[in-house]
Design a protein around this ligand. Structure first.
Ligand code: NDP
Length: 427
């Protein structure tokens, strides 16, 4: 098929910016003592939050208020921690070590495509083995087999030992992050995610039935997980990289506390907290509400996927004549530290013509619907939505700062064409 002409905007006179590029593209060169302390506070606070939320769910009926007032007014914080911090025994340690070993083995032996990330600010391109979907499917098969041979209680054991597993995951994640920092300093190369739910099994084991809210949450989690792995290897010829490798987590952020500790402890606790809540405090939604929630959640997901898809089409992976023929773009240039000048495209039609971060908006709607399945009794299950909103709003600022430094006048032109960041007329 003949290539589809794309309408675009060229900017004149932006080449001055190309000659003196800021190759850090949003990465800080100097970090103030205040920023350092703030980051340290976030690291320590995030670790405490994962454990605190578990304690709140297990011992205080899911009430954040009661679990905050207890250590402040009823007993001292130290007594609180010593009393409620989950005890770690050999079983969870071995179980977690086995999980990590099996995932490492799968990653190593399961075949997949090797793809490259987009150019880093220094002009390098990293190679990645993309076999996540197959590894995830094989992991699910192992759990299904274990459930078939050992019964529901084998699967529910993950949820029963969740507190101890969380402590082990925190330690593992911290060790990973520290090793990453050490490696980055001792042997830098120039300068990866997994998620699961055994809480439906625990709800069934405890109450003898599965609530419709648990079905909705599990469905949302399954959609998000499968979507992630299915789209992990979409190849984007223009950036010469797979989609996931072009996301900010991989293309910009260094591998450290966030990517080392996060997938080990933060994701399993925060992203599954609605399922954890429902396993202990089941909610049966009226079927009308259930249908509205499912529809709204799927609408959020469609916005998230469609906007990412539009960008993927633009950047060259797959073809969709209908979408391609209607796309309007700014042809932008940027330079890397090696001195090479590259061309990229900024889309200002479709979802990207309404707001500058439509994929974030879809993600936030989707996360809100996931939390709504837990009802309104407690704020705790909404931690995921609150976190996603803070993360993505903050990220939109961070990304725009990066794009502004990377694309200069081209980015200013995009902001002129699409003035709203996330909500038209408001923000
Ligand atoms: P984006 O996929 O929006 O990537 C931002 C990059 O896209 C920019 O740096 C720029 O990169 C390019 N870009 C920006 N505007 C345009 C445009 N108009 N046209 C073409 N390219 C543009 O963000 P993320 O990488 O942060 O997130 C990817 C997805 O992952 C999102 O849907 C987000 O919601 C989701 N997400 C989920 C998280 C979770 O934990 N569940 C966490 C974070 C994100 P370039 O340099 O290539 O031009």
């Amino acid at each position: 098929m003949a290539p589809v002409p794309v309408r675009h905007v060229f900017l004149q006179g932006a080449d001055k910016e190309m000659r003196s590029p800021n190759i850090f593209w949003g990465r800080r060169k100097h970090v103030s003592a205040f920023s350092g302390l703030l980051s340290l506070g976030l690291v320590v606070g995030s670790i405490f939050l994962t454990l605190f939320l578990h304690i709140s769910l297990e011992h205080f009926g899911g009430s954040i208020w009661v679990s905050i007032t207890e250590p402040l007014f009823v007993q001292s914080p130290l007594v609180f921690i010593l009393r409620y911090l989950p005890a770690v025994s050999t079983g969870p340690v071995l179980g977690y070590a086995g999980w990590v070993a099996v995932q490492a083995m799968l990653y190593t032996v399961v075949p997949g495509k090797v793809v490259h990330g987009p150019p880093t600010p220094g002009g390098h391109s990293h190679a990645y083995l993309i076999n996540g979907l197959l590894c995830w499917f094989l992991t699910l098969c192992c759990f299904a087999l274990a459930g078939y041979l050992g019964g529901v209680s084998v699967i529910a054991s993950v949820a029963r030992d969740w507190g101890a597993l969380l402590v082990v995951a925190n330690i593992y994640g911290l060790i990973t992050a520290v090793l990453a920092y050490v490696k980055a300093h001792v042997s830098p190369t120039f300068g990866r995610d997994r998620r699961f739910s055994a809480f439906m099994a625990k709800q069934y084991e405890t109450f003898g039935s599965i609530s419709n809210s648990m079905v909705a949450v599990t469905l949302f989690h399954a959609i998000y997980t499968i979507d992630f792995f299915a789209n992990e290897d979409w190849y984007l010829p223009l950036t010469n990289a797979a989609w996931y490798l072009s996301t900010i987590d991989i293309a910009l952020d260094h591998f450290g506390f966030c990517l080392g500790w996060g997938p080990a402890a933060w994701l399993p606790m925060i992203y599954t907290c609605q399922a954890q809540y429902l396993a202990l405090y089941p909610t049966q939604l009226p079927w009308g509400i259930f249908s509205i929630l499912l529809t709204a959640g799927l609408a959020g997901y469609i916005l998230f996927r469609l906007s990412n898809y539009e960008k993927q089409i633009l950047r060259g992976s797959g073809s969709n004549h209908f979408i391609e023929s209607r796309q309007r773009v700014i042809r932008a240039q940027y330079a890397t530290g090696s001195g090479d000048v590259h061309e990229s495209q900024l889309l200002y039609s479709g979802c990207w013509g309404i707001v500058r971060h439509p994929n974030y908006v879809g993600d936030i709607i989707f996360s809100f619907c996931t939390c709504l399945t837990c009802g309104w009794n407690h704020i705790l299950p909404y931690i995921y939505f609150i976190y996603m909103t803070c993360l993505l709003v903050h990220r939109s600022h961070r990304d725009e700062k990066r794009c502004s430094t990377k694309y200069g006048a081209y980015w200013e032109e995009y902001k002129r064409l699409v003035p709203w960041r996330m909500v038209p007329g408001i923000f």
